[in-house]
Design a protein around this ligand. Structure first.
Ligand code: 3DU
Length: 216
């Protein structure tokens, strides 16, 4: 993954036309587009193939099944030209390894702890274990919460040079500068961009903030 801006768009827009127009509007400001179930369920997997023409597409499928099913899911994503896939760690190391193997040259990112308050109830308790698992399994990196920068800092100590992508800035309350200062390589932003009247201007604003944020 080439991080020029350190920003990925979370395109959780169910209306396909709107999704296309936001993607086109911000393509010069982001390093990739993250697609999740709301868009896939309304548009179909073909939208991944379509956005792959614009650049890096990260399939946030939060894959969390037995190894064989994980493999089949990741194979479909890669066949649709996804550049990366997100999986959960709680299904166990064999399940994560199945994703990494099926991904081939595509990236796998492992969720450590979820960014919302409920993420602290269970996922946070195992986040360090999940980060170690991600490293052992050969994942490209982890997904860590911009809402809790101290946790990004702790997880950076475990994953070393692997990538940390941080969702949770803006609508969820996290700050770009805090996430970057804590060691995130890039932030993932959805609503702050796609709900803005002018998504391109919103993305530009975040890129400016990223430029003036001190890296780790
Ligand atoms: O809160 P936003 O609208 O900026 O969107 C954040 C995106 O990142 C959204 O797609 C969500 O499913 C994803 N995500 C998290 O928010 C938190 C996580 O821990 C993992 C993924």
């Amino acid at each position: 993954m080439r991080l020029r801006h350190r920003l990925l768009l979370a395109l959780d827009v169910s209306n396909v036309e709107r999704a296309r127009s936001v993607a086109q509007a911000v393509r010069g400001q982001v390093d990739g587009i993250k697609v999740n179930w709301p868009l896939i369920l309304s548009a179909g997997l073909g939208i991944v193939r379509e956005f792959a023409d614009l650049g890096y597409v990260l399939c946030d499928f939060k894959v969390a099944d037995i190894p064989n099913t994980n493999r089949l899911i990741v194979e479909e994503a890669v066949r649709a030209r996804a550049s990366g896939v997100i999986c959960h760690a709680f299904a166990g190391e064999d399940s994560v390894r199945a994703c990494v193997e099926a991904a081939g040259s595509a990236d796998v990112f492992v969720v450590t702890e979820l960014s919302h308050p409920g993420g602290q109830e269970y996922t946070a308790k195992f986040a360090e274990d999940f980060a170690r698992l991600a490293v052992r399994a050969g994942a490209a990196g982890i997904i860590a919460p911009a809402t809790r920068p101290d946790r990004i800092r702790a997880l950076r100590g475990i994953v070393g040079a692997r990538l940390i992508l941080a969702p949770g800035v803006g609508a969820q309350g996290g700050k770009v500068s805090d996430a970057i200062a804590a060691g995130a390589d890039a932030v993932i932003v959805g609503r702050t961009i796609y709900e803005a009247k002018d998504p391109a201007a919103a993305a530009r604003g975040i890129v400016d903030e990223l430029r003036s944020s001190a890296p780790k």
